[in-house]
Design a protein around this ligand. Sequence first.
Ligand SMILES: Nc1ncnc2c1ncn2[C@@H]1O[C@H](COP(=O)(O)OP(=O)(O)OP(=O)(O)O)[C@@H](O)[C@H]1O
Ligand SMILES: [Mg+2]
Length: 353
Amino acid sequence: MLFSSRSKALIGLDITTSSIKLIELSGSLGNCRAECYAAEATPPNSINEKTIVDAAAVGEAIRRAVKRAGTKTREVAIGISVDAAITKEILLPRKLAPNQLEEQVEIQADQYIPFPMAEVSYDFQVIGPSAQDPDMLRVLLVATRTENVDQRRAAVEAAGLVPQVVDIDSYALENACQLMAHQMPDAGMGHLIAVVDFGASNTTFSVLQDMRVVYTRDFSFGGQQLTEEIMRTYGLSLEDAGRAKKEGGLPSNYGPEVLDPFIDDMTQQVSRSLQFFLASGEHRGQPDQILVCGGCANIPGVADVISSKVGIPTEIGDPLGQIKISSRAKAQNVRKDATALLTACGLALRSFD
Ligand SMILES: Nc1ncnc2c1ncn2[C@@H]1O[C@H](COP(=O)(O)OP(=O)(O)OP(=O)(O)O)[C@@H](O)[C@H]1O
Ligand SMILES: [Mg+2]
């Protein structure tokens, strides 16, 4: 199920600790249209550290989002986090018949996956012939403990939907980056591009080389910290602080005393991630561009600050920049939230497989 291919309508569903976002894309990669979009806040205490602990509550929120989006599509693609996935490239003889290939993958999976096979869901994809040995086939094996999929599946099913594709967030991100190629020098080919997704509690720093993810760092940092600082400084409730952050109306010392230090923190996280990336292997060079994504990319001026302090051209990543928007999705304000929709878009793109 991890890679199952399809050609029918599919909802990309991004379930995080802070929100549930869904988007449906139609057409083809070069000629793509957003059919519908909706986001819902994740019910309090229903997801703990990326684990769904209350599938019924999450299911209800998904159901509300689907209703608001106004879609009839019931099949969805969901993602699991990179840390929950095991990926391994294996080599198998090219002459194997398809059923023999499956058998061999299972034998190899048993060898590489450190859990009893009864507790594991896995899938594989043939990458192509090996450059070193033309008689061998490169096969990508992807596995996760079934429990990681089960809680997400339960929430999706509780909403009356069908989990058709289970992807890995980093693959979804790689897919979604194709929608930002129009912003990259030479559409990303021949370049290193860093993509930073600043969420609510989580940030993912990825580096693409020729549009393939070659490095990922996932760490705990995000807009929730700014919300909490606003709560502390101005004695506001969580809800009011979250709203004020997006809509303004805070006292004049908010910029210099609260917001600017947070933007400095974001910049430092980028610098640190770049250092980790440069130290992560030989031949690592400085990226040619940084694309800032996630909800925090909506903070005015953030790209300019990062660009001037880090010294790399920086832009806000917009996966919907070249996409047509249906009137239904337009009414749902999808453009305004575009930069936070990277994962949801990457999952939705699986309908083009
Ligand atoms: N206009 C805005 N100005 C400032 N912050 C914003 C704005 N819009 C959204 N945010 C912040 O972005 C964060 C949410 O980003 P995003 O939707 O990318 O996170 P997420 O993917 O749901 O969460 P996570 O990745 O942490 O699991 C929240 O902290 C939110 O307050
Ligand atoms: Mg996110």
